[in-house]
Design a protein around this ligand. Structure first.
Ligand code: HEM
Length: 397
């Protein structure tokens, strides 16, 4: 007998056993097959110096939920609200349904669910305007902005991420229900990457223009990641605000960027690659190598032209100043006949990091022919919390 035939024979015997109602002799109780169990039971810790969902590996799905505080939500109410939110996060992230969850079965498969909470300018002003950093405000306007008012600003943000959209929908509903007496829903945005398992873990994502998107990005393992991304709670020379409550937090800039895929489709492949400055096949810079090779911005063609054109997105977005970098964590959206990028980036200070980069892109970037910024929001992502602790405790202290 070959191994294959033996396997078929065993399978047939087990099948017959199942039909006859005889328990199958698979031995799975001793050694459960992890793949057969699925990944829905996987959890990520929600406690720590930083909230989960920023530096943790990206999941397949994300949903941003923005809220506007009710007029009567005062400081004491905010303290109650953050206590409830903290309990909900602990329950939902661990797969143990929070108090009074009407669908605990849905909570039982979190699929690496994280909930990351951010506060907008209005919430901090309600606590104490002297604690609001200068960057926690609407971004300065850019010439090409076409904000339509449907995804702008907000007092409170819950970013829910997981590998399973059902886990996200359930968590979002629980959060909205528990926040109802404190805040009203303002807008939501949903984003996705490839389904989990569709590509090897760690593969850089592709956006809906087909580009490898996210290659040149600080990594949580980099020694300078903390300086670029995490706030340290110290006031800066240019801003006197008391930001001690933000130590371990970060700043999120969220831009909804529509893509004109129909006109993009008319551009030939070399044109598309020149627009970005990288190849479509593997995301390598046009100056050669592989995805991770450094782009050579000085290289010239035999005709003396730059190999990476002056208008290419990566040339315009590239920062010579190492402190002027952002940590991008975007996702695709495709709904109601519109597609694009839910562009998200984290940094210590958007005025020193996102804004100068976006100013350059706004001024010149061939990609602008096919992309339009239609939504904009800035949130202060709160520091993490410990078991038994409460999110936002330092802000309300
Ligand atoms: C690089 C796409 C908007 C900042 C890239 C790359 C692609 C891309 C394909 C090359 C691969 C990589 O390194 O990730 C897009 C698309 C956008 C968009 C499709 C809009 C729909 C933005 C915005 C910013 C930005 C709004 C920030 C203001 C960057 C940075 C890089 C980059 C910093 C790396 C540049 C370097 O090589 O140093 N983008 N991007 N992008 N993008 Fe964008």
């Amino acid at each position: 007998l070959t191994g294959g035939a033996a396997g078929a024979g065993l399978g047939a015997a087990l099948g017959a056993g199942a039909v006859l109602g005889i328990p199958a002799l698979t031995g799975t109780e001793d050694a459960p097959d992890p793949a057969a169990a699925g990944f829905g039971g996987e959890t990520l810790p929600c406690h720590g110096a930083h909230q989960a969902g920023v530096a943790t590996a990206p999941t397949a799905h994300a949903r941003y939920l923005a809220f506007a505080l009710r007029p009567e939500t005062d400081r004491a109410a905010l303290a109650r609200m953050f206590r409830i939110l903290s309990d909900d996060i602990e329950g939902l992230a661990s797969g143990e349904a929070p108090l009074a969850d009407p669908e605990p079965e849905l909570a039982a498969r979190p699929a690496r669910l994280t909930i990351t909470v951010g506060v907008g300018p209005g919430l901090v002003d309600r606590v104490d305007p002297a604690r609001r950093p200068a960057w926690l405000a609407p971004l300065p306007s850019f010439a090409r902005d076409a904000l339509d008012g449907r995804h702008d600003g907000g007092d409170l943000l819950c970013l829910v991420q997981a590998d399973d959209p059902l886990a996200i929908a359930h968590a979002a509903r629980m959060l909205a229900r528990d926040l109802r007496s404190f805040a009203e829903p303002l807008w939501t945005q949903q984003g996705f990457r490839r389904a989990r398992g569709a590509e090897p873990a760690g593969t850089t994502m592709r956006n809906l223009m087909g580009q490898v998107d996210g290659t040149v990005n600080p990594s949580p393992e980099d020694p300078d990641f903390a300086d670029l991304v995490w706030c340290d709670g110290r006031a800066s020379a240019s801003d006197a605000a008391d930001v001690s409550w933000l130590a371990g937090g970060t700043a999120l800039v969220l831009r909804r960027i529509r893509m004109e895929l129909d006109t993009w489709d008319r551009v030939d492949r070399p044109g598309r690659e020149q627009t970005i400055g990288r190849t479509l096949a593997d995301g390598a810079p046009l100056t050669g190598g592989t995805e991770r090779s450094a782009a050579d911005f000085d290289a010239r063609t035999p005709h003396g032209l730059p190999v990476i054109p002056g208008y290419a997105h990566i040339r315009r977005a590239h920062s010579e100043d190492p402190a002027e970098r952002i940590f991008r964590r975007s996702a695709n959206y495709d709904a109601d006949g519109e597609a694009g990028l839910v562009f998200a980036c984290f940094q210590r200070d958007p005025l020193r990091q996102f804004v100068p980069i976006q100013r350059r892109l706004d001024e010149l970037d061939l990609l602008n022919e096919w992309v339009t910024h239609t939504g904009s929001a800035v949130f202060a992502v709160l520091p993490g919390f410990a078991p038994g602790g409460v999110l936002g405790a330092a802000l309300l202290a």
